[in-house]
Structures are given as C-alpha cells and as structure tokens.
Design a binder for this molecule. Structure first.
Ligand SMILES: Nc1ncnc2c1ncn2[C@@H]1O[C@H](COP(=O)(O)OP(=O)(O)OP(=O)(O)O)[C@@H](O)[C@H]1O
Length: 245
C-alpha cells in the first residue's frame, strides 16, 4: 500500500540524503528504518510524509481511503494553550464534529482522564501519547514515526512501545518507524530496513518472523541483533535480504 521506487533526495552535491531506495509496506505492517547517524532516515520519512519531495523516483500511497500520512516526531509539538482534547483535534476544520473520534483515540492512548489538561501539566510520556492520539485522529493510511521515543526515559519508552503494539492490535495501523534503537525495532517491527552510507542506501531488509507481541527477553531475537550490528559496522554493497530463524 506504500510503494517507494528508486527514490532519492540528495543534499551537499550528492554527499548526503538518501539514494535509490525502493521498498513496499503492506497494509497493517510495521516497518522499521534503522541506520547510522546521518544516513538520511529522517529525510526519507519527511519525503514519505510529503513534508519534502524526492528529487527522483516515486512514492505512492494507495490504500483506497484517500487519506494521507500521520506523523509523529521525537518531540510532541503540542500547542501549549490548547487542552489535550483540543490538541488531538488540532488541524480539523470542524473539530466539534470529531469530538467522539478524538475521545476514542484519547482513550486508546490511556488519557481520557486528562482530556481537559494543558500540555504543561503532562509528563513527557503523556505528551507523546497525546501526539500519538492526534496523529491517529485523522485515521491516516500510514503512521510515520521519527524516533518517537528517543527523548523519553527507558521505562516510559518501553511503555510507549507496548502502547504502539496495543494500538496495532486494535486498529492494525500501518506504520513506518525511524529509530536508532535496535531493541525497539526488534520489539515492534515486522520488517526492518537497514540504511547505510552517505547518502544512505538500502543495505538490508530483515523480516522478523516471531509473532507480535514479543517478549523483550526472547533469546531468538539476539541473532537478528547480531546480524544488524554486523551490517551497520561493515559497509556492504547491494541489498541483502535476511530472514533469521
Ligand atoms: N534541508 C537540508 N539541506 C542540506 N542538508 C540536509 C538537509 N536535510 C538533511 N540534510 C543532511 O542530510 C544528511 C542526512 O540527514 P538526516 O537527518 O536525514 O539523517 P538521519 O539518518 O535521520 O540522522 P540522525 O540519526 O542523526 O537523526 C545529514 O548530513 C544532513 O545534514
């Protein structure tokens, strides 16, 4: 439902950004994008969201709904003067019509009791939950997440990773998540795309066969981790596909 074909977005005379990237994301799939710093992960996500445009190649979002992408950034980007519920409906032309929809997503992220609170009264984790509800409220075709939990403490981060999986269980939301946290990608994603180089190219595509939700202490995930480390450490040429059993 999301098809990316030979897409490139280059900066600095071709020495930065990403190059010739092709992949597809199926409806209901959670795909992770991992890579070393500066390999173009955030640029790729911006291009997927429509906030930036590819120099060449195509990006096609097609699930029949006509809806676009919802985006979640590292920081929640809430409007400080609006309540939690009004933040969730921020961007709707006629928010009053969507109160129920907003309330549904606030309940999904566990914040129903805080609907009238202001952002200054929220913890970092609660603020990011609000951002998740806001991104989901418009029922996007795909949810794009750019290192959504990297500013949070370790415990809150794990809670929000599990929240994302609960949302997926309930709504089968299609997601693409940029992260530099291998454990996070292994816990949440069905498939991981590894970018390497500058500009970043697709170095590997790794399918995680273990069903979700997974246990964080699942030892079978270690072999994936080892493989990802070795891809990130060594520079490989050409796309490699793995399905570690
Ligand atoms: N608008 C721009 N103009 C010029 N260079 C840019 C622009 N946007 C990004 N870059 C450069 O492209 C490269 C990739 O940046 P990007 O933020 O996409 O990497 P990243 O993989 O997300 O890095 P990190 O993991 O550190 O967040 C960087 O060298 C950055 O300086």
């Amino acid at each position: 439902m999301l098809t990316v074909k030979k897409a490139s977005r280059l900066f600095k005379d071709g020495a930065a950004g990403f190059k010739d990237i092709s992949f597809t994301v199926q409806k209901g799939e959670i795909v992770g994008i991992l890579g070393t710093s500066g390999c173009g992960k955030s640029t790729l996500l911006r291009v997927l969201s429509g906030l930036d445009q590819a120099d060449s190649g195509t990006i096609h979002l097609h699930d029949g709904s006509g809806k676009g992408a919802g985006v979640i950034f590292q920081e929640p980007r809430l409007m400080p003067w609006l309540s939690v519920e009004d933040n969730v409906l921020f961007g709707f032309k006629h928010p009053a019509k969507y109160r129920e929809q907003g309330a549904h997503y606030l309940s999904l992220v566990g914040l129903s009791e805080f609907s009238k609170a202001l952002p200054r009264d929220l913890s970092g984790g609660m603020a990011q939950r609000t951002a998740i509800a806001r991104a989901l409220a418009s029922k996007p075709s795909v949810l794009l997440l750019d290192e959504p939990f990297s500013a949070l403490d370790a415990f809150t981060k794990m809670q929000l990773q599990d929240l994302l999986l609960d949302i997926w269980q309930e709504e089968k939301t299609t997601m693409v998540m940029v992260t530099h946290d291998i454990d996070e990608a292994l816990h949440v994603c069905d498939r991981i795309l590894v970018l390497s180089g500058q500009p970043g190219e697709l170095a590997a595509e790794i399918k995680i066969s273990q069903p979700k939700p997974r246990s964080r202490s699942d030892l079978s995930l270690a072999s994936y981790k080892e493989k990802i480390f070795s891809i990130l450490e060594n520079s490989h040429t050409g796309l490699q596909k793995y399905s570690v059993q």
